[in-house]
Structures are given as structure tokens and as C-alpha cells.
Design a protein around this ligand. Structure first.
Ligand SMILES: Cc1ncc(COP(=O)(O)O)c(C=O)c1O
Length: 387
């Protein structure tokens, strides 16, 4: 039996990381707005085609800064999807606003435009759309809804570095896009985040919020707009690593996509499995995870996800369950019932709790023969549980 666990190692490092780190160490300016931060920002903005980028300490801090920038106030409602990392929603609550949790599309697992439309009311101020796992939200529909209702869009791209919709990078369709550089992410410095935007006013407000005040302008507007400024800045060591990783990111992206296609191809005639739909207009997928969805009508009675996962793991395949739960059922969810709204959820719980099996992205960087072998083993195991 082959053990694929060793291929889970992430991040993968290389010599260029050391060169960049040593360089940052030697030039001895280690704080914010240093040489590597500027270099990374320039390259990341070029890569995403965004006008402005502001580094933050985490993806969560980037969402917080975005909410502050669009002037979210106590009692405002912010629509969020039921499947995401909890802080997409908890940070809304920490800002005094009300997260309104809506269902996801059953095939893409991204926030459902129909559910957004049904959740909008006078208090709705923003929507946080999350490009989850290896899919992209239905951006055109959501932008139309937001425009018609005068609502801001924050794109949570924490799992979607490199993802494109109609040829354009995610994070540039809404008012602000945020990314995370936390340990598991496709580009990582252990921790870190960024906001990107094409709106100068929003960029200035995010910069002020995350960088203890004013940096774009000499005259400080802090008191005028009552922005409570924080210090959510990165060190040069983080930026040096991010810069080095961005240089090799496209190669990794292409390899993951190629290997994901091989897996999809091998599993395509297995009725008991569907693969997350990438979304109609998604032109580049990034495969933070490759999600397999179990179809119970094709599985033998009494077979459940745990049984299948145990069997896959016993056969050396280290699969996971993605985030594993809807946000309001997460063990760390501690928002009082009166402080959030949960709309009708038809699909999200079943998908998160029962159906999703995940292949983590480092496994998609394996050599082709390993990928084929792994996919064939998955196929054999799933077929052994099928009717
Ligand atoms: C979808 C999503 N949103 C937000 C975040 C928060 O990012 P961070 O952990 O950098 O705060 C994450 C990361 O775990 C995420 O996966």
C-alpha cells in the first residue's frame, strides 16, 4: 500500500525563499512598507490587475478593514454564506453588525444568488461572497443584485488565489477583495492577508484602518470619519516569503489544474461521486482543495462518509472533510442567537456534514504517476461501497 501522507507537506520551500529572507534580514528594515512589501504589493496587484493593495496581518483582519472602509455600522446586516471559515461571519458580528447567513448553491457550494436576493432588506449593507474550495461565485448575477439594491460587495478570496471569472482575477469584481496568507493557503507566509481594490477612497480608508492612521495623505481624516485605526501590519520576513512564492505560483497553479483534471477524468464514471462544479464562468480554477461530493443514492445502504473516509485513509490517502460544517454549527461559533440571522438552509448542512470529501492542494503537486495511482485507488474504494 502506498502512503500519500508524506506529500501533504505544505508549504513547500525552495532556495529562492532563503535568498529573499536573507536579503530582507540583511537590509535590516524589518517593519511595514519595506522593500519586499512594496515588491510583493506591486507584483500581486499586477497579477490580479487591481489598482491598490494593502497588506494586513490576516484574511480576517482584511475583512474587518474592508467592513470598516465601507462604513459598516451597528445593526447593519451583512449577508454571508453558510459554508465558509467562521471568521467571514464572526468578524461581521464583532463590528457590531448582523451576519445574515444564507444557503449555498448545491453544485458550486458558493453563496446562492437567489438566497442573497431573498435575504435583502432595508438594513442590508453588504454581501461577503466567498469563492470556496475550487469554485467561483456567480459574480455577474451578484453584482447586478448588489447594484440594484445599492449594496457593497466584499469578495472573500482567502481560498482563491489565482481564480479567474471570465478571464479576470477574483477580488476585482466587488468593492474590495480579500486574500489570506495563512499556513494552509495557496500562497502563505504562515500568516498574513491583503485587501485589493480599484477604489482609491476605499484603499485610503483600509490603509488608515490597518496602519494606525494616515499614510496616503498628510492631512489626517481619522477624527472626521471616526475610523478606529488598528495596527494590522506585516513584517518584511513575511513579505519576502510571499514575494518568493508568488514568483513560482503560476507553475504550481498549472500543475494543480493538470493533476485535478486527471483525477476528475478517472472518477468521471463513478456515479457515487460528483466533483464540485467550478461555476459556469470560471475560467481558472485554483484547487485550494478538490472537493468530492458523495451521492448516496448510488451507495450501498448504511454507508456513510466516515466509513468511506476511514477506508481511504487506511489505504494511505489522507483525505479531509473541508471546513466540515456550516458556520453556525462550528464548535467555535459563539455568536448569540439574537445577534445573527439564519435564513432557510436546504443544501449547506447536508453537503458540509455528510457529503464532502476533500483532497488538499499539496497532493495535486505530486508526480503524475502518483496522482493516477491515488485516483485509481479512490475509484476502487468508492466502487466497493457502491450499489
Ligand atoms: C474562506 C476564508 N475566509 C477567511 C479566512 C480567514 O483568513 P485568516 O485565517 O488569514 O484570518 C479563511 C482562512 O482560514 C478562509 O478560508
Amino acid at each position: 500500500m502506498k502512503d500519500y501522507t508524506k506529500y501533504l507537506k505544505w508549504p513547500q520551500t525552495n532556495y529562492n525563499d532563503i535568498i529573499c529572507l536573507l536579503d530582507a534580514y540583511r537590509h535590516a528594515y524589518w517593519s511595514w512598507h519595506g522593500i519586499y512589501e512594496q515588491k510583493f504589493l506591486k507584483e500581486f496587484c499586477k497579477y490580479t490587475n487591481a489598482k491598490y493593495g494593502i497588506m494586513t496581518t490576516s484574511g480576517t483582519a482584511a475583512i474587518e478593514a474592508s467592513l470598516a472602509a465601507i462604513n459598516i455600522k451597528e445593526g447593519d446586516e451583512v449577508i454571508v454564506p453558510a459554508i465558509t471559515w467562521i471568521t467571514t461571519a464572526t468578524i461581521v458580528s464583532h463590528m457590531g453588525a448582523i451576519p445574515v447567513i444564507v444557503d449555498v448553491d448545491k453544485d458550486t457550494l458558493c453563496i446562492s444568488p437567489k438566497a442573497i436576493e431573498q435575504a435583502i432588506n432595508r438594513k442590508t449593507k453588504a454581501i461577503i461572497i466567498v469563492h470556496i474550495y475550487s469554485s467561483v461565485c456567480e459574480i455577474d448575477k451578484i453584482v447586478k443584485i448588489a447594484k440594484e439594491n445599492n449594496i457593497s460587495i466584499i469578495e472573500d478570496c482567502a481560498q482563491a488565489h489565482g481564480a479567474k471569472y471570465k478571464g479576470n482575477h477574483v477580488g476585482t469584481f466587488g468593492d474590495i477583495g480579500i486574500f489570506s496568507f495563512q499556513q494552509s493557503k495557496l500562497i502563505t507566509a504562515g500568516e498574513g492577508g491583503i485587501c485589493i481594490t480599484n477604489n482609491l477612497e476605499l484603499a485610503k480608508r483600509i490603509e488608515k484602518y490597518t496602519h494606525v492612521g494616515d499614510f496616503f495623505e498628510k492631512d489626517c481624516e481619522i477624527l472626521e470619519n471616526n475610523l478606529k485605526c488598528k495596527k494590522y501590519v506585516l513584517t518584511e520576513f513575511q513579505s519576502a516569503i510571499l514575494y518568493s512564492q508568488l514568483m513560482r505560483f503560476t507553475n504550481e497553479l498549472n500543475l494543480r489544474a493538470k493533476n485535478a483534471e486527471i483525477i476528475k477524468d478517472i472518477l468521471q464514471d463513478v456515479d457515487a461521486i460528483s466533483i464540485q462544479n467550478k461555476g459556469e464562468n470560471t475560467t481558472t480554477q485554483t484547487f485550494y482543495i478538490l472537493p468530492l461530493l458523495l451521492n448516496f443514492q448510488f451507495l450501498k445502504p448504511l454507508i456513510n462518509r466516515n466509513i468511506i473516509i476511514d477506508s481511504l485513509r487506511e489505504n494511505g490517502i489522507p483525505v479531509g472533510i473541508g471546513i466540515g460544517t456550516t458556520i453556525y454549527n462550528h464548535r467555535l461559533w459563539n455568536i448569540e442567537k439574537t445577534k445573527y440571522v439564519k435564513k432557510e438552509i436546504i443544501y449547506a448542512d447536508d453537503i458540509a456534514k455528510n457529503r464532502l470529501i476533500s483532497i488538499f492542494h499539496p497532493l495535486l503537486l505530486m508526480k503524475e504517476h502518483n496522482v493516477r495511482e491515488m485516483a485509481n485507488t479512490i475509484k476502487k474504494i468508492i466502487l466497493s461501497f457502491s450499489k
